[in-house]
Write a protein that binds this ligand. Sequence first.
Ligand code: PMV
Length: 353
Amino acid sequence: MVYQATTSAPVNIACIKYWGKRDTKLILPTNSSLSVTLDQDHLRSTTTSRADPEFSKDRLWLNGNEEEIKPGSRMHTCITEMKTLRKKTVEDNDSSAPKLSTYHVHISSFNNFPTAAGLASSASGFAALVFSLAALYQLPVSLKDLSLIARQGSGSACRSLFGGYVAWEQGSAANGLDSYAVQVAPESHWPEIHALICVVNDAKKGTSSTAGMQRTVETSALLQHRIKEVVPQRMENISKAIHEKDFDSFARITMADSNQFHAVALDTSPPIFYMNDVSRAIIAIVEEYNRVSMAATGHLRAAYTFDAGPNAVIYAPESSIKEIVQLILRFFPQQFKDPFGLFREEDMAGKVP
Ligand code: PMV
């Protein structure tokens, strides 16, 4: 008998960035973080897991290419943890349950977007992996429990198990059992907020987040200031902003945290540059857009954030999205496509600051 399950998980993009591990094996972070999980329809990983007594080893395919599951690797850890959970929560309690924990698995995962280009593919990838194994094994466990395992694949993956606005509590226990994801608010709480993704470059990034974080933890004094003096207050303030649907505070904190994360990358030795000239120009456009909006209405209308790559994510209320797309396309007519046919010269005539 063959057992199989397919599930999807979306990408999440952090407003308060996770950057730095205090335990590299368990993936325990040096600070808490908070993200927005994007809509399943656009950026997602879809993973199928199959268990079969005939399989001779665990195997994995990413976007159709087989990848080795090295002993001790994160992939290996996640699969092993899921098998252990199957044994503990199902097979040990029900002698008639098939002993799936003893079968090897074949896992196939596809991303519908560029992999490892600063678009959080590891987050959706490991979340989808853990989800599909949980479905395959019919585990009677909570999303919080699964987030403890997804975290060991890729830290940010623990946040992709929940929709909406999600915090990853850093925790303090050495075994990591208090370092998991919690939903701050569901997507339905504040559905007006949209994410616009500007793919500046979809090539694989130069410095992986794992290598970058390690170097930052070892060399950056600014990281220590960020961990102790900055992030705890920001976590509190942004959660409050989300609960109160206060876009001005949400946007200010999101932009400040992206900028501090990139400052910390620059404070690393040797320094790490994730943004490029197009990224910085997008910052200038959003800052100017907000300045004009502030003068006219007293409110901000967009918030940029950049992960470990040059691509921009702009969070904005739905009412601003069309204008922002038009602005970006106006300044970068060659760089970005116009997926929704929103940009028309005649709409823009005379309107660009
Ligand atoms: O989970 P990782 O190892 O891919 O690290 C993610 C790091 C950032 O994307 C830069 C920040 C974050 O919190 O997602």
